[in-house]
Design a protein around this ligand. Structure first.
Ligand code: MN
Length: 227
């Protein structure tokens, strides 16, 4: 039986539409799963009802998270926020954590996972580190691995990639600041920015700050994250 994976939809309030990027659908399929697209819904109970019938959750990349969810006022460097998108994914992440449903967060997704579990974010890495950071919004092609990460050996990520260092692409200006209680940092870039967190008490609750779905064609080992 193939695993059914809930894939949360993004929102564009401006355009009045919900959307997913093709690459996430392809990667779930290539890993042997069936993606089920989940849009924002009015009734939070409906989201939980839906998630009771799936085998896992994938939170994709996207816009910034409203800092109200980690108790901060918006800084100058904060980008676009979509309140309905936040509400959907925070509900989905909290349900997954409460019921030990496997959950993978990618880019915005690792940030949502961390906030849902009680952690905080850099709203804008460059201004909050006073420019003492690497280029995390790369200008290279989207798939190309531009910076390195160090990986904790005793970790899910270490098992998945089978290596202590890797190079990854980077398309983010926010990042995990304080990891949520019960989560450990299992990869960071050379400037100390957190690139992967994992729960210590769940079967699989893991988030990566890069975009493996854009890398798989050129770096096939990244497919292990979806498997
Ligand atoms: Mn990065």
């Amino acid at each position: 039986m193939k695993a059914v994976i809930a894939l949360t939809c993004g929102c564009s309030s401006e355009e009045g539409r919900y959307y997913v990027r093709e690459a996430y659908v392809r990667c779930i399929e290539a890993a042997g799963g069936i993606p089920l697209l989940v849009p924002p819904l009015e009734d939070q109970g409906d989201i939980q009802h839906l998630l009771r019938s799936v085998d896992g959750v994938l939170l994709p990349g996207g816009v910034d998270i409203d800092p109200i969810h980690f108790g901060e006022e918006p800084m100058e460097g904060l980008g676009t926020i979509e309140p309905h998108w936040d509400r959907l994914e925070l509900a989905a992440a909290r349900f997954a954590l409460a019921s030990d449903l496997p959950i993978l967060g990618i880019c915005r997704g690792v940030q949502v996972l961390n906030v849902a579990a009680g952690g905080s974010l850099y709203q804008d890495i460059a201004s909050q580190t006073k420019g003492k950071c690497l280029q995390h919004s790369q200008k290279a092609p989207r798939w190309y691995a531009t910076h390195s990460i160090k990986i904790e050996p005793n970790s899910l990520l270490g098992e998945m990639l089978g290596t202590k260092t890797a190079r990854v692409n980077s398309h983010h200006h926010q990042a995990v600041k304080i990891p949520a209680p019960g989560f450990k940092v299992t990869a960071a870039s050379a400037d100390g920015i957190i690139e992967c967190i994992e729960s210590e008490k769940h079967r699989f609750a893991c988030g990566v700050q890069w975009h493996p779905e854009l890398m798989v064609e050129h770096y096939p080992e990244q497919m292990e994250i979806f498997r």
